[in-house]
Ligand binder design. Structure first.
Ligand code: S3P
Length: 186
């Protein structure tokens, strides 16, 4: 078996609020693959919401569960589309697992577009900026700071899609085409 034959899954990477889950579901339908959201599996494993894992057990514990869930997903025999939490591939070991068991697609989006998608939710502990005066400006600064730190790793993904200004169907179509191309060249 060639090493590349093991790369059966499609992993969606990218920052919080990039739309990985929505895009992933639609891409999975296109391929007729099952869809998994690693955050959902983390919540199932811990029997609590991500917000509560961070608050009660800390980020380190969250990252331990995240790596375990990722390993399990990687080892599943049937190809799947898997949406990863925004921090998952920042861990080198996780990144290597993703590289070994699938193709990675970075869903890239600008800080402003991300802001618009996350500003009304409070389920992401790392974007938990206190509400009040200049909330959006402070949240944008937080997003920009964290995104800039992470971009070098996101950009190591096999495929990059700049999603801003595109409709869901267009994003999925572009990913599909780029994956076909990528697999041909593998
Ligand atoms: C995180 C992203 C979240 C979730 C957790 C940590 C991160 O997932 O895993 O809050 O470190 O970027 P989404 O990217 O699906 O929001």
């Amino acid at each position: 078996m060639k090493q590349s034959d093991k790369r059966i899954h499609i992993f969606l990477t990218g920052f919080m609020g990039a739309g990985k889950s929505r895009i992933g579901k639609s891409l999975a339908e296109q391929y007729n693959y099952p869809f998994f959201d690693s955050d959902d599996l983390i919540e199932e494993t811990a029997s609590k919401a991500i917000k509560n894992i961070f608050e009660e057990d800390g980020e380190d514990q969250f990252r331990i569960i995240e790596s375990k869930v990722l390993k399990k997903l990687c080892l599943s025999k049937d190809p799947a589309v898997i949406s990863l939490g925004g921090g998952a591939i920042q861990n080198d070991e996780n990144f290597k697992m993703v590289e070994k068991y699938g193709l990675s697609v970075y869903i890239a989006s600008s800080p402003d577009a991300i802001l618009n998608r996350v500003k009304h939710t409070s389920k992401r502990p790392l974007l938990n900026v206190p509400k009040g005066k200049n909330y959006e400006t402070r949240l944008l600064a937080r997003i920009t700071e964290l995104l800039n730190k992470r971009i070098p790793t996101y950009e190591k993904s096999d495929i990059i899609i700049y999603r801003d200004g595109l409709e869901l169907e267009e994003i999925v179509e572009q990913i599909y085409i780029k994956i076909q191309q990528f697999r041909k060249d593998m």
